[in-house]
Design a protein around this ligand. Structure first.
Ligand code: SF4
Length: 326
């Protein structure tokens, strides 16, 4: 049976200032096994990035607070890790790829030195300078960049090539978990497809688990085995990709996301849209947080927090399925 690598239980994150409190993550549960890919999908402001930053304990110290919940990595409570364990985990065991390769790279340092930096920082095996240099060349080749380009600067690369360098840095220390936060959003569509294909290939080759954060259902279908649909800081639907794409029951928000995807076989004049906006995270609606936008909203939805309906691994948080568990 696959070993559990990451487990999140009832995670709650707020951002607090003198003026207001932002409820960013509101009680999420998820798990990722070794060599598994989990996707978190949802609109901007759903709490996806806050969840990723909480895993690495990278939330801003002064404003962000984890008010409840636990995060376990390899069975260890991340909140209890000492500084040395935390340093070894960040970049060594868990790496993160950020959205925009243009701002992830230092423009005045060659790409080879930027890859070597991570290797030097996590050099637990006492590698020599030459061995680190060899690894830099190896990892560049792995992401499809000729090793001879290691002395080039980021401005000499295209957007897609820069994102390949960022992926090379993230993979340089053979992490057990790779967190990719919208890794292809800043790229054009053809380059996006190449980068996703490369990430899938590398994941298989290096046996890495992947947490893929995206707003794009197409990316979920191409890369993930499990998926959590996030809305207003909650996972409102969770299950395997088959559950989500072929399942009998869906959360109305997930249905809305599906209806807004273009389909080459359909002849709709217009794509459907989900009316309205994500609720203000400082003042979330009572009851179901999706109720102001939901076409199936009932009276109970405006008053009572929905229960979670579960069938196997598939969970849906919605009053429509409220009675089905009993
Ligand atoms: Fe819609 Fe009610 Fe379900 Fe919320 S609980 S998604 S408002 S039907």
């Amino acid at each position: 049976m696959a070993k559990e690598l990451l487990k999140i239980e009832n995670l709650n994150v707020i951002y607090k200032t003198d003026m207001e409190t932002v409820y960013a993550v509101n009680g999420i549960d998820l798990s990722i096994n070794e060599q598994e890919t989990l996707g978190l999908v949802g609109e901007t402001g759903a709490g996806k990035t806050s969840t990723a930053l909480a895993i690495l304990r990278l939330l801003p110290d002064r404003t962000a607070h984890v008010t409840d919940g636990k995060i376990y990595f390899e069975g260890q409570d991340v909140a209890e890790m000492d500084d040395a364990t935390l340093r070894a985990m960040r970049g060594g065991k868990i790496s993160m790829i950020f959205q925009d390769p243009m701002t992830s790279l230092n423009p005045v340092i060659t790409v080879g030195r930027q890859i070597a930096e991570a290797l030097v920082l996590h050099n637990t095996e006492g590698k020599t300078k030459e061995q680190i240099e060899d690894r830099v060349e190896e990892i560049l080749e792995l992401v499809g960049i000729p090793a001879s380009r290691k002395n080039d600067y980021p401005h000499q690369f295209s957007g897609g090539m820069k994102q390949r360098v960022v992926i090379a840095i993230a993979l340089s220390c053979n992490p057990k978990l790779l967190i990719a936060d919208e890794p292809t959003t800043a790229l054009d569509v053809t380059i996006q497809a190449q980068v996703l294909a490369m990430m899938n290939e590398l994941k298989e080759k290096l046996k890495t688990s992947l947490l893929m954060i995206t707003h794009d259902m197409g990316i979920i279908a191409q890369t993930c085995e499990k998926v959590g649909v996030m809305y207003a800081g909650e996972i409102i639907e969770y299950g395997s990709v088959e559950d989500l794409f072929e399942g009998k029951y869906h959360h109305p928000y997930t249905e809305g996301l599906f209806n807004s995807i273009p389909n080459i076989e359909e002849t709709r004049d217009r794509l459907e849209q989900i009316d309205g906006l994500m609720p203000d995270p400082t003042n979330l609606p009572k009851g179901c947080k999706f109720n102001p936008r939901c076409k199936k909203c009932m009276e109970i939805c405006k008053e009572k927090e929905p229960p979670v309906y579960q069938e196997g691994q598939h969970r849906i948080k919605c009053h429509l399925y409220g009675g089905m568990n009993q």
